[in-house]
Design a protein around this ligand. Structure first.
Ligand SMILES: Nc1ncnc2c1ncn2[C@@H]1O[C@H](COP(=O)(O)OP(=O)(O)OP(=O)(O)O)[C@@H](O)[C@H]1O
Length: 226
């Protein structure tokens, strides 16, 4: 691993109308780590996450992945390497199995069962209608769908919101497993217990500004939630 490995944000600014959603944010999100992005509602956390797989582009500044500007990468290749699990789960096919095979059409039944188990759902879930799932079940299927592509980086936007303690624990375990296997996780969460449980590094955003960046033990914002 070189010091350039992972994401490097260099003076990244996003503006909508008169408002700066992100203002000159610079940070390194190292490979093989879990970086959590925290801060009050509206601080720009989801905006930052969406830049990392180019659902949006910054107005100015640059984002590098392993030393290469992501704007120079093929966007579909980038999205296979960098999977996003969005805050609002969106399922795109009729059955869970269909969604799990979206990015991985050759996905076999055995692997599908493993993925479902990894997010705390039984194997029989593959045949469930996506329209009949609870919000928390849909969220876990979205995570399994992202994992099916075996991305290097998992972007998780509030992955435990709406889940009970047991289901949250399953998601946290899946994120930890991803990091333990050498992958990278970028997590946006208001659940500071989850953040303390899995993050190696924390970024604190407020009104689009990066106001703190460091190890969870050094971040006052996490103390406030104890
Ligand atoms: N396309 C847009 N046009 C104008 N304003 C936007 C747009 N997208 C987001 N915003 C605003 O930018 C700010 C940051 O939004 P963002 O979703 O990044 O916040 P967040 O920190 O993830 O908040 P939350 O914790 O509530 O999910 C918010 O005030 C939001 O209303």
């Amino acid at each position: 691993m070189t010091t350039n490995s992972g994401f490097l944000l260099d003076q990244v600014t996003v503006t909508r109308g008169e408002t700066r959603l992100l203002d000159a944010v610079s940070a390194h999100l190292p490979v093989g780590h879990c970086t959590a992005v925290v801060g009050p509602s509206g601080a720009g956390k989801s905006t930052l996450l969406r830049l990392l797989n180019r659902l949006d582009d910054p107005g100015s500044g640059q984002i590098l992945l392993d030393g290469i500007p992501i704007s120079d990468l093929d966007v579909l290749d980038l999205r296979r390497r960098v999977g996003l699990v969005a805050q609002q789960p969106v399922l795109l096919t009729d059955r869970v199995a269909g969604d799990l095979r979206l990015g991985q059409p050759t996905l076999g039944d055995h692997r599908m069962c493993e993925l479902l188990e990894r997010v705390g759902l039984p194997a029989g879930f593959a045949q469930r209608r996506t329209s009949e799932l609870s919000g928390g079940e849909a969220q876990r299927v979205c995570l399994a769908r992202a994992l099916a592509v075996e991305p290097e980086v998992l972007l998780l936007d509030e992955p435990t919101s709406g889940l009970d303690g047991v289901s949250s624990g399953v998601i946290v375990e899946a994120a930890r497993d991803h990091v333990a296997a050498g992958g990278t996780v970028v997590l946006v969460s208001h659940d500071l217990a989850v953040v303390r449980g899995i993050a190696d590094t924390v970024l604190v955003l407020e009104h689009g500004h990066l106001i703190a960046h460091g190890h969870p033990d050094e971040i006052d914002y996490l103390e406030a939630g104890r």
